[in-house]
Design a protein around this ligand. Structure first.
Ligand SMILES: Cc1ncc(COP(=O)(O)O)c(C=O)c1O
Length: 395
């Protein structure tokens, strides 16, 4: 739950802000980073996926901590550079990079340009030839097998991301005729929000085996192997946190495999994390505007919801579940009741939490949604109703 200091800080900000807001703790991000660094060898590079939250101060914090950054659009590329990331610490992914995004990435000289289709490889060859450059790229491989975040092994599943592992021989043949592009790395990200350490390691294993396969086909030593990540957050009741020690041990064991030792010894390994780094350090704070009853159910209508925090309203969930909620009340109510927390819009799914046991709420009380530092602000449809986006504060 929330400390009294945090509650006081949030209450002060709320008294100065009319609308809903996000509140991020930079020290929380630092602690998470520290935890990761303690569990993994220092030569494992950790990239931050800016799509999770590209607030300039969060980018700067992760830069200072030693992260490289994964961007997925020109906007994120510019945000990363503005925050101080040099081109050598930038990776550019995404299945639909436009010609101008590719040109910008090549001109800037990003360290890792990740190719996600054969046509993109050919386009990069053509742009690099026009610019008279030799461009090193990484190939995003869609692995033939991977474990989903619900623990299912999928084989031969289609995807818009990356290039199917089965197509690696074709890629290697096309690569031979490229004069301005050289594949020097691999990238794999098959799943997000995985809470099982064994499943994370299994996906790393599939990614490594695919990288080895590509290296053998290309006949050149890979310089980088990005294993992805997908480290999950225990958002809901009954979820246990990811066992990072077990992931770290599994990674060490993978690196000790003889084929890795003999063939990939010189490659730099990377992982790429978004939500794990920032989710738990962010709260969405919204105020109760009105309370009412309908057919025996208690509603609190809030000043923020779906348009500012789509994530808490069930986006991406198959079965909608409530995020963890804390309330801050001027007058603490001793009574609790099952409450529907509804956002202010005219959309029926604008529900921050459904049937949640809370102290009896009154107008002016604050509702804080936990674990929305990732994909909270960045993943919300602010165009809907032209409501103002949430403010963002950091401590
Ligand atoms: C290529 C790639 N890398 C990293 C991530 C970050 O995933 P997460 O925030 O779950 O760590 C994503 C998420 O969509 C992704 O597509």
């Amino acid at each position: 739950m929330m400390s009294t200091e945090l509650q006081a800080e949030i209450a002060t900000l709320a008294s100065q802000t009319e609308g809903p807001f996000y509140f991020y703790s930079l020290s929380g991000i630092q602690q998470t980073w520290q935890r990761l660094r303690e569990r993994f060898p220092s030569d494992l590079e950790i990239l931050y996926s800016a799509k999770a939250n590209s607030h300039p101060e969060i980018l700067k914090t992760l830069l200072t901590l030693g992260a490289a950054v994964d961007v997925a659009s020109l906007g994120e590329l510019n945000a990363a550079r503005d925050a101080g990331f040099t081109a050598k610490r930038i990776e550019f992914t995404g299945p639909g990079k436009t010609p101008s995004e590719l040109r910008a990435a090549i001109e800037v000289g990003v360290d890792t340009l990740v190719v996600e289709s054969i046509q993109e490889l050919e386009l990069i060859e053509s742009i690099a030839s026009q610019l008279g450059k030799l461009v090193s790229v990484s190939l995003r491989i869609h692995p033939a097998r991977y474990i989903t975040n619900s623990g299912r092994l999928l084989e031969g599943e289609p995807s818009q991301f990356g290039i199917d592992e089965d197509l690696l021989p074709t890629v290697a043949a096309i690569h031979k005729s490229c004069q301005h592009v050289q594949i020097r790395g691999t990238h794999t990200h098959s799943q997000s929000n995985v809470l099982s350490a064994d499943d994370v390691i299994q996906n790393f294993t599939f990614a490594l085996e695919a990288a080895l396969r590509l290296q053998r086909l290309l006949g050149v030593k890979l310089e980088t192997v990005n294993l992805g990540g997908g480290f999950g957050i225990p958002y809901f009741d009954g979820h246990a946190p990811l066992d990072l020690t077990r992931v770290g041990d599994g990674f060490d064991a993978l690196k000790r495999r003889t084929d890795m030792q003999s063939e990939l010894a010189s490659a730099r390994f990377r992982i790429e994390l978004g939500r794990y780094l920032v989710a738990e350090s962010g709260f969405f704070v919204t105020k109760v505007l009105y309370t009412k009853e309908s057919q025996g159910k208690h509603y609190a209508i809030l000043n923020g919801g779906f348009t500012q925090c789509q994530l808490a309203c069930g986006a991406g969930q198959v079965i909608r579940r409530n995020f963890q909620i804390s309330v801050i009340q001027k007058t603490v109510s001793a009574n609790t009741r099952r409450t529907q927390l509804a956002g202010p819009s005219c959309y029926s799914q604008d529900i921050i939490a459904s049937d949640v046991g809370l102290p009896t709420l009154s107008p002016g009380d604050l509702v804080c949604v936990h674990n929305v530092g990732a994909y909270g602000y960045s993943f919300s449809p602010v165009g809907f109703l032209r409501q103002a986006p949430a403010a963002e504060y950091l401590v």
